[in-house]
Write a protein that binds this ligand. Structure first.
Ligand SMILES: Nc1ncnc2c1ncn2[C@@H]1O[C@H](COP(=O)(O)OP(=O)(O)OP(=O)(O)O)[C@@H](O)[C@H]1O
Ligand SMILES: C[C@@](O)(CCO)CC(=O)[O-]
Length: 954
């Protein structure tokens, strides 16, 4: 048999026993090749250059499969894994499992095999013997971690000597090498090891430098393939040969953790030392830390044995026991994990992500990898193009645990730049082309269908992909039932990948309220969002208030809880991709004007003619309630204008109310506002809240009440929202605040207002991450109605029948609670189940709204039509006409949808599918002194167009 690790006696520093057969010669024993042979290693005794001849044999025959390869004991690998048998350590009771010797010391006469566990422990000896069998080598050592392996092997070097290593190393490896340079005088040159010619050139260069006394000799070539996390592959044999040619004294060390001895044997490819983090595949369960070193060279083996005994980092008995147990299933685990990893890689690849995995034909060094390894392994990484998007994907997975490390039976997901490689300076990461958006996947043994399903739902939820046909033009293949993992991979064809920027726009935005640390608002339309980001990112405090700008805010769709939310019940709503735009610029005269082209109205007022006496006292915060005196005065001001429609009258009063609440009485600078709506007005999609939010933001910005900072800050958003709520009150009477909360914050949220009925003291908002991935069809009945009177109507009903209406409100609260669980985005409910539940809740909620008297025959017609197509519909917003919302399940094919839309349009309704969960209020500056700050051409062009007057608001 092969010997186990040479341990040494306590404190002696001398070489310890090689095996129990040599138990008598403990402290003074020296290693030799013959002792290894004596120890039963007949299979290994192939001559002086064992590793070299193995390498030749391996290359000549091409790599044999991982399953077929035989171990030194003649068995195939999986058999060897499961068969722990050390003839020199037979258990006295015939225990089937290796006993755990939890003993620091052993009694006995000098010369006994074991005396002190730092130097030797029976459980560890069994493990090391087993590792020799698995790795087909003579010397194996088990230490406390993978990093401990590197510590041990680098201790072979002296100050002044050098290391050459790859440039895509594990963060911990990098950290230790940096430490060695600063504290040990051992410098490392990093090189792109995927290009062997670069390794050769550097070795040659350093050999020359050393000869000329410019630097010390290279004493170690440290390789890792495939690398972690980019899965870059280097030609081990060619690099090892180059080391022998140019730096014959250097040891070639390979970190084989990604492959494990099952898939790759670097000793057979010319390496002198191989180490594995045993924490990973060897143990497989993430329940221990261990490192394993293998080598065949006696001189190196001796040095390693000396170091381990001296520094005392040999593996503990307990961890040795656990590692031995884990190793028994290495082959079966790896087969399963690798098979699943291949499928996951194919799935992501077919969605169009850049996937790094040597199992894919697209891998640039696949041929080299296939020559030296028996499989691609179970770690892969992919890029999304956007760090935030990656964070959302990682956060949205449920089965994939967010964790560093790999090799566990459970699947893991991580962002190396934030986790395992965070210790590498960001500049160094950038220089080494480590993408900040990289996501690493470490595939476990779960059912691959579940893994892909979970990944798919996270990608959907994060806005990285969407079902084909979410924009009506695209044909979507009908979904196939998922029976096999292959079916699951094919499900990728049902989705299209969203461009990174668009994806960021699609995604749900975190909102303030409950978690203020996440409170951020974003810019508006895609282009506008870019402008807002570019602009806001550049303007610090102290900048003059902008004078000319466009502000926009989105409408909303309420999925559950309209009307009830006015009375304290929770509503669930999300922003839609239709927006209201407010353009403001200075006027030369002391007048203020507003144009409302959608309602064909324009107003102009002398600033001095406004009822300033009724204006509220200036306060830092928006007042909670309307000032009845000011309202009355403004109604009179607006009311003097002839031909005013009721709608535009309300909007005009709301505008003046905001103006006088935000501007100072002594502010004589005139302003001209133009407001345009991309939303149908008064159709239940929150046009009034979008108008109120856009006007509130435009006034607060231009009057210097809030500043541009890094984006629109949480505090600024809160101000915008508070004033928008005032304007909503003017238009709406008794709004709950949900519409303006969505318009300002964007995203998707559950909202409950403060209300005495429920005893809630302040309003509550929570992000609903699961909303973004759900598809909706909005149908506008084109029946006009007025939210103010509908809300008032429900209020009157509640007063007349507190019990009956109270019960309905409670039912709606229950619906919202159930929906919140489904839409929170972190439940363990499958997507199909989620959509089914939502459909049932939609039906229930609509029935209750009918009971509240806010439906309309046109809405019932929409509902009947969609019901016939098997889809659930409810009114959305105030009802009484306006819009209905229909949930479109993933499996709805495009033809069915087109037929439904045609059917609805035939009845005179207007249909559109819409994205939900996009950004909230956004601002675009046209401020001369800031123009040079705009970052990209697209942004500058937009602003120039605005200034040239390309934007027509009439
Ligand atoms: N672009 C606009 N121009 C002028 N007034 C507008 C504009 N957008 C909204 N409004 C004002 O908002 C009112 C419509 O608000 P209302 O609350 O009745 O409907 P909504 O907000 O579209 O629907 P819901 O409140 O059900 O979501 C209009 O009567 C008008 O006063
Ligand atoms: C009907 C209602 O619930 C929604 C209007 O979009 C009123 C409100 O919440 O302000």
């Amino acid at each position: 048999m092969a010997s186990s690790a040479p341990d040494s006696g306590p404190g002696s520093g001398a070489l310890p026993s090689l095996s129990s057969s040599l138990a008598s010669s403990v402290a003074s024993l020296s290693l030799s090749h013959s002792t290894a042979s004596i120890d039963g290693d007949a299979l290994l005794a192939t001559g002086g250059d064992v590793a070299g001849s193995r390498a030749l044999a391996a290359r000549a025959s091409g790599m044999i499969s991982a399953q077929d390869r035989r171990s030194m004991n003649g068995h195939r690998f999986a058999t060897t894994c499961a068969t722990v048998d050390d003839p020199n350590h037979k258990d006295q009771y015939g225990a089937s499992s290796t006993p755990l010797y939890m003993s620091a010391t052993f009694k006995g006469l000098p010369g006994s095999e074991f005396d002190y566990s730092r130097s030797g422990n029976p459980t560890r000896s069994m493990l090391q013997h087993h590792l020799c069998q698995l790795q087909s080598c003579r010397y194996s050592f088990a230490v406390s971690s993978g990093m401990a392996c590197l510590d041990v092997v680098t201790r072979m070097l002296k100050p002044g000597e050098r290391i050459i290593a790859g440039d895509d190393l594990y963060g911990g490896t990098n950290r230790l090498l940096t430490y060695l340079a600063s504290h040990g005088g051992i410098e490392t040159d990093h090189v792109d090891t995927t290009d062997a010619s670069k390794v050769e050139a550097l070795l040659e260069q350093r050999a020359q430098d050393a000869k000329e006394g410019k630097c010390g000799p290279v004493k170690m070539l440290l390789l890792e393939t495939p690398t972690n996390p980019l899965l870059k592959v280097c030609d081990l044999q060619r690099c090892a040969r180059a080391a022998k040619d140019f730096a014959p004294d250097a040891v070639v060390v390979v970190d084989n953790t990604m492959m494990s001895p099952y898939l790759m044997r670097p000793l057979e490819l010319g390496a002198d030392v191989v180490y594995d983090s045993g924490t990973k595949y060897l143990s497989g369960h993430h329940d221990l830390m261990a490192g394993v070193i293998a080598c065949d060279r006696e001189d190196v083996g001796k040095q390693i044995a000396f170091t381990i005994n001296s520094i005392g980092n040999a593996l503990t008995p307990m961890d040795s026991f656990l590692l031995l147990r884990g190793i028994k299933t290495l082959a079966v685990r790896m087969d399963r994990q690798q098979a699943s990893a291949r499928l996951v890689a194919r799935y992501l690849d077919s969605l169009g992500f850049k996937v790094n995995y040597p199992g894919l034909d697209s891998h640039p060094n696949k041929a080299i990898h296939d020559m030296q390894a028996a499989g691609p392994g179970a770690v892969l990484s992919f890029e999304t193009g956007d760090k935030n998007l990656s964070e959302r994907i990682v956060g949205a997975t449920r089965l994939w645990g967010i964790s560093v490390s790999f090799g566990c039976v459970n699947s893991l997901i991580s962002m190396p730049c934030l986790m395992s490689h965070a210790s590498i300076d960001p500049k160094v990461r950038a220089a080494r082309n480590l993408p900040e958006d990289l996501i690493r996947l470490c595939v476990g043994i779960e059912d691959c269908r579940d893994l892909i399903e979970d990944l798919e739902s996270a990608l959907l939820q994060a806005g990285a992909i969407r079902p084909h046909g979410q924009r009506l033009a695209i044909e979507a293949p009908a979904p196939k039932a998922v029976e096999t993992a292959e079916d699951q991979v094919e499900s990728a064809s049902r989705f299209e990948r969203l461009a990174a920027v668009a994806a960021a726009d699609d995604a749900v935005v975190d909102i303030g309220g409950v978690d203020s640390s996440k409170s951020q608002t974003r810019g508006g339309d895609p282009a506008e969002a870019a402008v807002a980001a570019a602009t806001n990112g550049e303007l610090g405090g102290g900048e003059p208030a902008p004078t000319k700008m466009v502000v926009s805010a989105p409408g909303k769709v309420i999925l559950f809880g309209e009307h009830a939310v006015v009375h304290g019940v929770t509503a669930i709503a999300a922003s839609v991709a239709l927006r209201c735009y407010a353009h403001v610029e200075p006027r030369a005269d002391a007048k203020i004007s507003i144009a409302l082209p959608d309602l064909k109205v324009e107003h102009e007022w002398e600033l001095e003619g406004l009822p300033w006496d009724s204006a509220p006292a200036r306060s830092a915060k928006a007042p909670d309630a309307l000032d009845a005196g000011l309202l009355k005065a403004l109604e009179a001001t607006v009311g003097t204008v002839a031909n005013e429609s009721e709608r535009s009258h309300a909007a005009s009063v709301a505008f003046l109310y905001l103006y006088m609440s935000i501007a100072q009485a002594d502010d004589r600078a005139g302003q001209a506002y133009v407001v345009r709506s991309g939303l149908p007005i008064g159709a239940g999609l929150g046009s009034s809240a979008a108008l109120s939010s856009a006007l509130s933001a435009a006034l607060l910005f231009t009057k210097g009440r809030i500043e541009f900072d890094e984006r629109i800050s949480a505090a600024a958003a809160e101000q915008i929202n508070a004033y928008a709520f005032l304007a909503e009150k003017v238009i709406h009477g008794n709004p709950s605040g949900v519409d303006n909360a969505v318009a300002v914050h964007g995203g998707a949220l559950s909202f409950a207002r403060a209300h005495e009925r429920t005893g809630r003291a302040s309003s509550e908002m929570r992000t609903m991450r699961g909303f973004a991935a759900v598809r909706f069809l909005l149908t506008d009945t084109r029946v006009g109605r007025d939210t103010k009177s509908l809300v008032a109507g429900v209020g009157a009903k509640l007063q007349a029948d507190p019990q009956g209406v109270g019960a309905a409100l409670q039912d709606i609260q229950n619906i919202a609670d159930e929906a919140a669980v489904v839409l929170a985005g972190d439940s363990s409910i499958s997507r199909a189940k989620q959509l089914q539940t939502l459909q049932a809740l939609i039906v229930r909620n609509h029935a209750l709204l009918v009971g509240l008297g806010v439906s309309h025959p046109s809405l019932e017609a929409v509902r009947h039509t969609t019901e016939a197509a098997g889809l659930a519909t409810k009114l959305t917003g105030a009802g009484g006409g306006g819009c209905a919302v229909t949930l479109i399940p993933d499996e709805t094919d495009e033809q069915t949808l087109q037929r439904l839309v045609a059917d609805l349009e035939k009845q005179g309704f207007a249909c559109y599918q819409t994205k939900v969960g996009g950004p909230g209020v956004g601002a675009m500056l046209a401020h001369e002194q800031h123009r040079r700050r705009f970052k990209n051409a697209e942004t500058s062009a937009l602003v120039e167009g605005l200034e040239r007057g390309d934007w027509v608001f009439a």
